[in-house]
Write a protein that binds this ligand. Structure first.
Ligand code: ZN
Ligand code: ZN
Length: 455
């Protein structure tokens, strides 16, 4: 059977085969493919390079269904609504796809278009977006409506990337440059001021001047030689605005980095990166040459000066080639002299170390000697102390007794109690018995009566 419908999708002609397969055409290039069963269609659509799923049912002459973008299974938010115009057997119909009425002229679209314009004029941008998304299949064919849709996306906010993507999509679709200004907004918001400048050149004088001011302010800082401010300004505002037309901006940045002694190395790194991106831009190569040869000369780094020489050779800068070659030989001499100085210094350091070691050894010895002497003295004192408590035995007439306490060796204890008393015992006859008894010849006391002092 061949079914003809008319609805928010335009005009649809659907051919349902006996085996259940169905194929349809709608709008200018829209195609449906799927299955027809019990007055329901289920399948896929492709239109204007996009594709998705669609499903609808016909009941009492009315078509109702839903569609979505993309072939993944999911919620179908878009709606298809229409009327059944005719239903004929295949053999009785002549299929002329070109006959399908263009959607732009379809009267069924007009209320939607009017509604969208109303929302747009009322600055109800989320309303515009909702209406457009609901009825995209229909509204997407009208460039003026798309125009209002894109601006609504932008004014709605938070949809910058999506807006830009859709601009490019619709630029291709309608083969137009109409949204250049809108692209300029996007570029400004991304701080791509070089692209913004181009976009606004013929579309908005006010915005063109705003973008131009970004560069003018920067050039002014450079003129005034405010290097730190140039660096800060570039890094916060212009770092993403470098393209063929604005290479001067990068040159100024690198020069400013180079002028400040804290950022010379960074200047070299940055200019190397820019040169990599724009190998044919001679000012970059020259800057690379100047920075590398200067830092190499200062730090005695030959390979860095050679990097500089290669740069100057590349741009055939004869004056700098000569200068840099001289710098290389000067630097080589400096390195030699430095090595010599280092050798001498090393020798001096070694001699000083030796002296210090000798002194330390002598000092160590002196300390050892002192310690030894102190030890000896302590030993002697201890010995003297010990002596004070020792007996001193002597022999006299067959008797062996202590000179200090008078006790015979076999009766004397371990300690001589009266040593410090200074008695001097000798054998004398005991007064009464006449027996030989140790008696102090100084105080006259017999040993067993002798006191702790000799008096
Ligand atoms: Zn004794
Ligand atoms: Zn005595």
């Amino acid at each position: 059977m061949i079914y003809k419908f008319k609805g928010n999708f335009g005009t649809l002609e659907l051919i349902a085969e006996a085996d259940g397969k169905a194929r349809g055409t709608y709008q200018k290039n829209g195609i449906l493919e799927g299955y027809w069963s019990e007055n329901s269609f289920s399948g896929q659509w492709t239109n204007q390079g996009m594709e998705g799923l669609v499903r609808f049912t016909v009941s009492e002459g009315k078509l109702e269904g839903n569609w979505k973008k993309g072939k993944d299974v999911g919620t179908m938010k878009g709606s298809w609504k229409g009327d059944l115009l005719s239903k004929e057997k295949v053999s009785e119909t002549t299929k002329v796809v070109e006959d399908i009425i263009s959607v732009a002229n379809s009267p069924s679209e007009q209320p939607l278009k009017g509604k969208l314009e109303e929302l747009y004029d009322a600055e109800n941008y989320s309303g515009v977006l909702a209406l457009f998304n609901e009825n995209e299949a229909e509204l997407v064919e009208n460039e003026d409506i798309v125009h209002k849709y894109l601006f609504s996306m932008w004014f709605h906010g938070d949809l910058e990337e999506e807006t830009f993507e859709r601009i490019r999509e619709f630029e291709d679709k309608f083969n137009t440059n109409r949204w250049l200004k809108l692209k300029g907004y996007y570029y400004s918001c991304k701080k791509w001021y070089d692209s913004a400048l181009e976009a606004f050149k013929d579309t908005s004088e006010r915005h063109y001047l705003l973008a131009k001011k970004k560069f003018d302010d920067y050039y002014a800082l450079h003129e005034e030689e405010k290097y730190l401010e140039v660096i800060k300004y570039f890094e916060s505002e212009l770092r993403s605005s470098i393209s063929d037309r604005t290479l001067k901006v990068a040159e100024i940045y690198c020069q400013a980095l180079y002028m400040d002694s804290d950022t010379e190395r960074k200047a070299l790194e940055k200019i190397r990166a820019f040169r990599k991106r724009y190998p044919e831009h001679q000012p970059f190569t020259k800057q690379n040459g100047r920075f590398a040869s200067y830092i190499g000369g200062r730090d005695l780094a030959i390979e860095m000066i050679e990097e500089g020489l290669d740069c100057f050779k590349k741009i055939k800068d004869e004056r700098n080639i000569t200068k840099t070659k001289e710098l290389i030989s000067e630097t080589k001499n400096k390195i030699k002299a430095q090595i010599l100085t280092e050798k001498i210094a090393a020798r001096e350091r070694a001699a000083a170390d030796k002296r210090a070691a000798k002194e330390a050894a002598a000092e160590e010895k002196r300390r050892e000697r002192e310690a030894l002497a102190a030890q000896k003295q302590a030993d002697r004192a201890a010995e003297a102390e010990a002596k004070l408590s020792q007996h001193r035995f002597k022999n006299s007439r067959g008797l062996r007794f202590c000179q200090f306490c008078g006790f015979e060796q076999q009766f004397a204890g371990a300690i001589c109690d009266t040593r410090s008393a200074n008695h001097n015992f000798v054998l004398l006859k005991e007064r009464y018995s006449g027996e030989l008894t140790p008696t102090c010849n100084k105080c006259g006391q017999e040993y067993n009566y002798a006191g702790s002092t000799c008096e």
